[in-house]
Every structure is written in structure tokens, then in C-alpha cells.
Design a protein around this ligand. Structure first.
Ligand code: UDP
Ligand code: MN
Length: 303
């Protein structure tokens, strides 16, 4: 067998090519790698469908809010996003957004207008009227009609202005049959964090809420998700215009669970994975001047 003789120059070239290939591989790996929690969920095919319900209404920041949310939904393959517009008809703004995000297949676009007597008037400093009631109920109706009690699923109320971590959805995957998962919510109820309180056996015994702590379930809408089977078992579990401000969460939860049955998630409620942020209303004084002069800055542009 003839031996291969390499000249020193050839050896150097081979080594350099080798090093370049190794560098290329490790580099692309780093660039494409998702966080650990995300990779583990992307691989599993036995995940529940997370029905994320988003009530939304037209205002200047709507597209920005929904774009932010769509990027979270894009990252979590087992979410089915139900957007319910507070309007007589669904809008092309939402349809286009879902199309561009590649979410048509795993979303549902509905409309359900808040009855006029419950509509917010002007600034409404007291937040006296319930928001999102009609829309969330429309989505619950859709879910009850389009799924069966044997489907594995979780229902989450995902308002359009909050900030959500992808990790939160990883937690929702852990919700057991006939249970309601709970976790802390940042920046709500006048506190840095509103959270469930657990005893030594990790059973939920209450909440640290400072605002109306006497509520049966003193937590925010963003702080829980319900196993789908419970909604089929309890068809009467819906939201109501009749209850006092701050009691919507208690209104639906009282039908489906009791305090000690709540399933604590997010590292036994020690991690904040969702924040009750509120978007500032933009000042559009110059736009208003243009409008009065019969002009606009956004002719033919969807903002
Ligand atoms: N919402 C709605 N119609 C309204 C007001 C609010 O559909 O007239 C939606 C809004 O887009 C959000 C949810 O209801 O997804 C809760 O409203 P908001 O975030 O204003 O309430 P808060 O932050 O005070 O709980
Ligand atoms: Mn909000």
C-alpha cells in the first residue's frame, strides 16, 4: 500500500480548513440555540393545547400590542390563539397580523361587542366598568363548542397589554386534569408582585393581595389558567357584568375550583413570568391638528 506524503504547507492548509469548519459549526449552533425551557417543549408532541384568549379593541396602540403578543405565540407551538375583537366585525388589521405571523392555522378570530350600557366612557378614572367580559365569554363559548371534554387543553386569559415570558407557557403545560394552575403576577394590585401563599406542604392557602384581599380569589386574570375539562364539566363558569370591580377572576374560579385545589406553578410561585403592564396612551396632538385640517400622517398606512 502506497503511503501518502504531505508537505508541511499542505498540513497547515488542512489544519486551517479544519479549524474554520469547527468554528463555523460552533458559531451557528450558538446563534440558533433556544433557551433550555423552550427546546424541551418544542420537542414534545404530547403537550396540551393552550387556548390563549385575548380580548382587544381598536385604539392607536392596538397593532403594537398585538404584534408583541404574536411574537410570544409564534414561539410556543402548542398555543391556539383566540383573538376576540370588541367590535361588530372582525378587522383586516387583525387578519393581516395573523397572516404575517404565520398563525392563521392556529388562531381563531372572533368579534363580540361590549353592550353599550357597559362601554367605557371617556377616561373612566375608576375603572368602574368590567373590561373584556363579552369577549372572554364569546371565546369560552367557542372553546366549549369546538373541543370535547376528553381533549387535553388549558385555557388562559391573555390580555393584549401585559408582558408574557415564553417560560410561562411551559408552566401551563404542567397543569393537571381538573385543576387550575396559579403563579405570581408582577406589577399589579399596587404591589411589585401579587402571589399565591403556600403552606409547608405546598398547598395554596391564600394570596398576598393588598387590594380587596377579601375577594374569594384575590388574584389577577393573568395569574391562572384552567384545565379544559373543568370548563366542560362546569358549563356555568363564565364572566359576568353583574359582579363588582375586581371580582371577575373570582366569578369564574368559584365554579371550577377551591383554594386548596389550586396547582402552584412557576417554581412554587417564586418566579415572576408575567407582568400586568399597561401601555401609556400616546399623545397625538399634532395628528389631531392635521385631522382638523383634513389631513393625516398615515394615509393608506396601517399603523
Ligand atoms: N378591552 C376590550 N374592550 C374595552 C376595554 C378593554 O376588549 O373596551 C380588552 C383589552 O384589550 C384587554 C382586556 O380587555 O385585553 C382588559 O382591559 P385592560 O387591559 O384595559 O384592563 P386592565 O389592565 O385595567 O385590567
Ligand atoms: Mn391591561
Amino acid at each position: 500500500m502506497g503511503e501518502i506524503h504531505l508537505r508541511p504547507r499542505q498540513i497547515i492548509i488542512i489544519v486551517v480548513i479544519f479549524v474554520v469548519i469547527i468554528l463555523f459549526i460552533t458559531n451557528t449552533r450558538q446563534n440558533c440555540e433556544f433557551p433550555k425551557y423552550y427546546r424541551s417543549s418544542a420537542r414534545k408532541d404530547d403537550l396540551p393545547t393552550i387556548f390563549a384568549i385575548t380580548p382587544t379593541y381598536y385604539r392607536p396602540v392596538q397593532k403594537a400590542e398585538l404584534t408583541r403578543l404574536s411574537h410570544v405565540v409564534m414561539l410556543v407551538p402548542n398555543v391556539h390563539w383566540i383573538i376576540v375583537e370588541d367590535a361588530d366585525h372582525t378587522s383586516s388589521l387583525v387578519t393581516n397580523l395573523l397572516q404575517r405571523a404565520g398563525l392563521v392555522e392556529r388562531s381563531t378570530q372572533l368579534s363580540a361587542k361590549t353592550p353599550t350600557q357597559f362601554k367605557l366612557q371617556g377616561k373612566d378614572p375608576n375603572w368602574s366598568k368590567p373590561r373584556g367580559v363579552e369577549q372572554r365569554n364569546a371565546a369560552l363559548r367557542w372553546i366549549r363548542e369546538n373541543t370535547s371534554k376528553d381533549d387535553r387543553g388549558v385555557v388562559y386569559f391573555m390580555d393584549d397589554d401585559n408582558a408574557y415570558s415564553v417560560e410561562l407557557f411551559e408552566e401551563m403545560n404542567k397543569i393537571q386534569a381538573e385543576r387550575v394552575g396559579v403563579w405570581p403576577v408582577g406589577l399589579v394590585g399596587g404591589l411589585m408582585v401579587e402571589k399565591p401563599i403556600l403552606n409547608n406542604e405546598n398547598i395554596v392557602t391564600g394570596f398576598n393581595a393588598a387590594w380587596r384581599p377579601e375577594r374569594p380569589f384575590p388574584l389577577d386574570m393573568a395569574g391562572f389558567a384552567i384545565s379544559l375539562d373543568l370548563l366542560h364539566k362546569r358549563p356555568e363558569a363564565v364572566f359576568s357584568f353583574e359582579v363588582e370591580r375586581g371580582y371577575q377572576e373570582s366569578e369564574i374560579l368559584r365554579h371550577v375550583t377551591v383554594l386548596k385545589e389550586l396547582q402552584p406553578l412557576a417554581n412554587l410561585c417564586k418566579e415572576v413570568l408575567v407582568w400586568h403592564t399597561r401601555t401609556e396612551k400616546p399623545k397625538l396632538t399634532e395628528e389631531e391638528k392635521l385631522r382638523k385640517a383634513g389631513k393625516s400622517s398615515f394615509d393608506g398606512i396601517e399603523v
